[in-house]
Design a protein around this ligand. Structure first.
Ligand code: PMV
Length: 360
């Protein structure tokens, strides 16, 4: 399948105006996407847990213009207030997807968006935000082309979300999503995320992710810059090959429910992601002293109790603490007693695996 499959034929219906609202979750990668080619094509496949509590709700109102505009026409509100500084990101997104949504300049849009997590919590809202907006636009496209199937709808929503922010393509469905062509994963594609197609052991159902907010400040290095630094990175090729291998190894782990092996892959992936940042040129460090303190506390707790708690990181200082449902009580006590002290203002978010975006 190529990109051209997402260019629509002429539409069969006309739509004057309407409103649609989607709530899309964030996601946390287990095998990380770090490094991309042109058009948001990943250098390696990744897999993520879809989250539940961390989400963006976006309402899209649309009204057909008397004639097609020369530019995109939209108003943008974030948490009820006009948000001019978010507009360039939306314009870039519209420019990237216009080829696939040729109606964009034929409508005046109002985009009203809000996050369930506090603004400037250090949690990226690009995955949930781009996926919610893509789903709203797909809803309008489905009105214009009512014969579209549910499968086509979700696949194209993921395809569009990817063009907004790579990892956003993993936020349409749940609970485990693979994005990026991987020889051992049937149906996997660089163009969109797919539901993990194989058996998953009970141990991985209802997994918890408690997000410890270590640093709520703006990141010093954006993920766009970070991905760019994988071009010409001395370890790039080994890293991309490793991601393929880790994804293959995870398949056996998901089948057997081997939590110890799961921890090894997940923690190694998190540290490798940050190692790539530390060994790029220019090099940078996104972890903070408290990130390392939390990691050491988790290792000590695991050693002491035999728990299966582990951590992962995204491109920042916050720590995602992952643990299975049947250990939730003990691990949550541990988090409150030993880890929350390392969070900025004691802030953390209790999240867990979710099942994808919802139309409201
Ligand atoms: O989707 P982006 O461009 O913000 O990149 C996200 C990269 C990581 O969060 C670090 C890893 C991942 O796979 O989500």
């Amino acid at each position: 399948m190529t990109e051209t499959a997402f260019i629509p034929d002429s539409y069969t219906a006309t739509v004057q105006k309407g409103t649609v609202t989607y709530k899309s979750p964030s996601n946390i990668a287990l095998v990380k996407y770090w490094g991309k080619k042109a058009h948001q094509i990943p250098e390696n496949p990744s897999i993520s847990f879809t989250l539940d509590a961390c989400a963006t709700t976006t309402k899209l109102t649309y009204e057909k213009r008397a004639e097609k505009a020369s530019d995109f026409t939209f108003d943008l509100f974030f948490e009820g207030k006009p948000k001019e500084d978010f507009k360039p990101k939306i314009i870039t997104f519209f420019e990237r997807v216009e080829k696939y949504l040729p109606f964009l300049k034929e409508y005046d849009f109002t985009i009203e968006t809000q996050n369930s997590f506090p603004h400037s919590s250090g949690i990226a809202s690009s995955a949930s935000g781009m996926s919610a907006l893509s789903l709203c636009l797909m809803s309008l496209e489905k009105e214009l082309n009512p014969s579209m199937t549910e499968e086509q709808f979700k696949q194209k929503a993921s395809f569009l979300a990817r063009l907004g922010s790579g990892s956003a393509c993993r936020s349409i469905e749940g609970d485990l999503i693979v994005w990026g062509a991987h020889e051992q994963t049937q149906g996997s594609s660089d163009l969109f995320g797919i539901k993990y197609p194989y058996e998953v052991h009970e141990n991985f159902k209802r997994y918890h992710d408690t997000i410890l907010l270590v640093d709520k400040g703006e990141k010093q290095v954006s993920s766009t810059v970070g991905h760019g630094l994988m071009h010409g990175h001395p370890f790039a090729q080994q890293r991309f090959a490793q991601a393929h291998e880790n994804l293959t190894t995870l398949q056996e782990i998901f089948k057997t429910g081997d939590l110890k092996a799961f921890i090894k892959i997940v923690e190694s992936e998190a540290l490798t992601l940050h190692a790539m940042m530390m060994t790029s040129m220019p090099y940078f460090i996104l972890m903070k002293p408290n990130t390392l303190s939390i990691i050491n506390k988790i290792w000590a707790f695991r050693e002491r109790t035999g728990s299966h708690v582990c951590f992962t990181l995204d491109a920042g200082a916050n720590v995602h603490v992952l643990y299975p449902e049947n250990e939730a009580t003990e691990v949550y006590e541990f988090i409150k007693d030993e880890l929350v002290g390392y969070c900025q203002n004691g802030h953390y978010i209790c999240d867990r695996i979710g099942f994808g975006a919802k139309k409201l």
